[in-house]
Design a protein around this ligand. Structure first.
Ligand SMILES: Cc1ncc(COP(=O)(O)O)c(C=O)c1O
Length: 473
């Protein structure tokens, strides 16, 4: 193992800097505070979705252009949040703006199919190598429908998911996410725990969580389920976890999951709501070279308009084609979303765009890694395609357990505050990653790195460094 110098950080210093930066952000956002006071009178909690909450108040945005957004106080920021990874096209891309404007004039909704819906499906077919597609309006709808299709196809009820993974807000998948360490249970028999209230226990019991990056544990759990007469309908998973920062699949893992699910006749669903269209033209399926039976898309599919899709093999989507499963929705394939998706696929997310995103991500990841090394921080940078993060951890995070055991929450929170106070808009929360857009530039990435360096400098000035074994990766 290589020896690397790591700095022992003073926790009091982290707390001092956090308080200082917190005050600074409060001072910079008085209009967000006033907007929050008003919003609370009409919106539950003052926001449109609980994921927009933040203490002491959320940052309210007014507009965006290219790689930038502005908040209601007029603070200009480079957007690394990008609508929780939806805006890989950047804000107000001319091709998408034009397509949407043209479509508005021609009627925005019919609940009848339009040509754009066919063109988009043909392009998704090509990118994913999966022959049959349907539309939805969000990632949650996509995973909900994918699971129903898998259940209909197999005639089974139980489903398997990865512990800690997020697949949307419907009952079947709001299970075993964001759980304190003590509650996880034994690794071989992880608990099925409801994420928030209002989810029936009977539904929770049908969802079985297993660890990421451990096909042995998955196989053993599935075999025990089979012995109990509960062979699962599907395994639903992200090929790379995108809600513990970024956790990449270990070499051979996805291939082994593919083999296992094929062997046992279990539908493999890759939830590509985050990875689809951001980490390669054909998402994780292309990037990692493993094709599932069903993929789910949403977020960046619509270039900022609500949309989603499920794609699958002829065989697995037969229950939809034959009408055994009602895969339905008034706004499915909405003309405005489809016009935006078509323009995005044909004109924006081209091979050049992916080359640009890869080059930018290499630059920002290398920049962050260099800061980590020079300042002896305990952590590493990790990413793929448009996605990446710095994981503050003395050990490599490979699954939910290693994330909970190792992620330095204080440093993660501090990094967010430093970013927000220095012109970088980042997702709130300790589980997210950055998303770059085609509008981002090398200078945008350099700004991110320089802000990170400023934090590293403030943290380590006048503290001693000592050698330790191994890097995070
Ligand atoms: C992997 C994954 N699947 C599904 C969803 C749900 O998507 P939506 O919020 O559009 O319902 C998300 C949202 O973050 C996600 O990250």
């Amino acid at each position: 193992m290589a020896t690397r110098t790591t700095t022992s950080l003073d926790r009091t210093r982290i707390e001092e800097l956090t308080l200082r930066e917190q005050d600074r952000l409060d001072e910079r956002t008085p209009q967000s505070r006033a907007t929050y006071e008003r919003a609370r009178q009409a919106l539950a909690g003052g926001v449109a979705s609980s994921y927009q909450l933040r203490d002491p108040w959320p940052i309210y945005l007014s507009h965006g252009k290219g790689s930038r957004v502005w908040d209601v106080d007029g603070n200009e920021m480079v957007d690394f949040h990008n609508g929780f990874g939806s805006m890989v096209q950047g804000h107000g891309h001319p091709a998408i703006t034009r397509a949407v404007q043209e479509r508005v004039e021609l009627g925005t909704h019919f609940a009848a199919p339009t040509e754009d819906a066919i063109v988009v499906a043909e392009e998704l077919q090509r990118r994913w190598g999966l022959p049959k597609w349907r539309y939805v309006n969000s990632g949650s709808e996509a995973t909900m429908d994918a699971i129903r299709v898998a259940r209909a196809f197999t005639g089974r009820d139980t489903i398997v998911k990865i512990f800690g993974s997020y697949h949307g807000h419907h009952d079947a998948v709001m299970i075993s996410i964001g759980v304190p360490y003590a509650k996880i249970g034994d690794r071989e028999e992880y608990a099925s725990l409801r994420y928030g209230e209002g989810i029936p226990e009977a539904v929770a019991e049908m969802t079985i969580p297993v660890p990421f990056n451990d096909v042995g544990a998955m196989r053993r759990r599935i075999e025990r389920l089979a012995e109990a007469g509960r062979l699962p309908a599907c395994v639903i998973m992200e090929a790379a976890m995108m809600n513990l920062g970024v956790v990449l699949p270990e070499p051979g893992y996805l291939e082994a999951v593919r083999e296992l699910t094929r062997e046992l006749g279990i539908v493999l669903i890759f939830d590509e709501v985050k990875t689809g269209l951001t980490i390669a033209a054909g998402g994780a399926t292309e990037r990692f070279g493993v094709t599932p039976d069903i993929v789910t898309l949403a977020k960046s599919l619509g270039g900022g308009l609500p949309s989603g899709a499920i794609g699958g093999t002829e065989e697995v989507l037969e229950p939809v084609a034959s009408g055994r499963v009602y895969q339905v929705g008034t706004y499915n394939g909405n003309p405005l979303s489809m016009a935006a998706a078509r323009a995005s696929l044909e004109e924006v997310l081209t091979p050049d765009a992916y080359a640009h995103l890869d080059a930018l991500n290499d630059r920002i990841l290398a920049g962050c890694e260099s800061v980590i090394e020079r300042y002896g921080l305990s952590g590493y940078s990790v990413g793929v395609g448009a996605k990446g993060c710095v994981t503050f951890s003395p050990a490599k995070v490979v699954d939910y357990e290693t994330f909970l055991q190792n992620q330095d929450e204080g440093l993660t929170d501090l990094a967010w505050l430093y970013a927000m106070n220095r012109g970088i808009f980042m997702t709130p929360g300790r589980e997210e990653e950055w998303t770059l857009s085609v509008a981002h530039t090398g200078e945008d990435c350099d700004l991110f790195v320089s802000v990170f360096e400023e934090m590293a400098d403030d943290l380590t000035s006048s503290v001693e460094r000592r050698p330790r074994a191994g890097g995070g990766r």
